[in-house]
Design a protein around this ligand. Sequence first.
Ligand code: PMP
Length: 294
Amino acid sequence: VPFDQLEGFIWLNGEFVKWADAKIHVLTHGLHYASAVFEGERAYDGEIFKLTEHTERLHESARILGFTIPWSVEEIDDACRELLARQGFSDAYVRPIAWRGSELMGVSAQQNRINLAIAIWQWPSYFDPEQRLKGIRLDIAEYCRPDPRTAPSRSKAAGLYMICTLSKHAAEAKGYADAMMLDWRGQVAEATGANIFFVKDGVLHTPTPDCFLDGITRRTVIELARRRGIEVVERAIMPEELEGFEQCFLCGTAAEVTPVAEIGPYRFEVGEITRLLMNDYASEVRPSLRVAAE
Ligand code: PMP
């Protein structure tokens, strides 16, 4: 079944519309000029993990792109919860997206309506589950994360995903699961839809998110590691350093914590700290398994 023909409902500008009927016009500004921002969230046991943090980031992404979403954070949170209940899933992926509409065509679209849609579907594993256990293989992307003076890099803006799709497709064509992207300075940045961590001598190292998305999962993993007494260092990481790291993993809402076995010529083991954080994350996201922070 094509993705746009699934059963169920999509929340579209305040209404629950049948999934297959949730359509927009071809002259939508968001389609032509990428004036769109989105989120990706996961529900576990019927509860959306860090929902309000995601909704606040959606509002912030829109603000960075110069528009205001005409629904409050509370209204969007409620819409996500109501749709989740209506779809009847306990574990699911949640995708809110806001974009400028089709009232006027041209680069300037100050008066175009701001639309909001929310879709919820079942998306059990972002990477192949078997590969995931052994650690996935990453290519090194040719495209770099842009200089913050070139693009609104703190926004989860649809336009920024053009280079992610290009990089992911290029990696897949070579048999890799995904690509590690460098930034405009040549420093390690992130994967095409997840942040990256390395382990060396019991310490976690991760790039400072100054020109790419500061993931909510990334922040969760840092908190979980610190709770375990594992030191976390946020710093500039050069690709030459990959040689010296023992473990590597990706993290993101869709990817959760995914071990990495290879990046280009570099090899990593699926080690103890990676396994520990995979398990801690899997418990943290489920209301029934969550351990209260001390
Ligand atoms: N970087 C990119 C490019 C992403 O698409 C994502 C997924 N939203 C992340 C990082 C991880 O962010 P989060 O943990 O908030 O899902």
